[in-house]
Unconditional design. Sequence first.
Length: 91
Amino acid sequence: MDRCAAALFRNLIGVLGVNYPPLKLKLREVMKEKGGTQMELSEKANVRQAAISELCRNEREEVNLAMLTRIADALNIKDVSVLMQFEENEE
């Protein structure tokens, strides 16, 4: 899905009143647990180090599933859900 379609989809969900809780990536925590540097992970996963850094800081609006899968493979993670969690909405 390209950026335009993704934005349209998010807007449509908002119009329909569907509110999903924010998704937080836990890459920083997982990397700390497993060891290694962002540069090493970047090379193993074939993902730019800057993108790894953004993911660690949860600064990306959109995450490519293929990229997340490569990161999980590089970290020997079989279940990609280990890398993310939904945060509770504070309403």
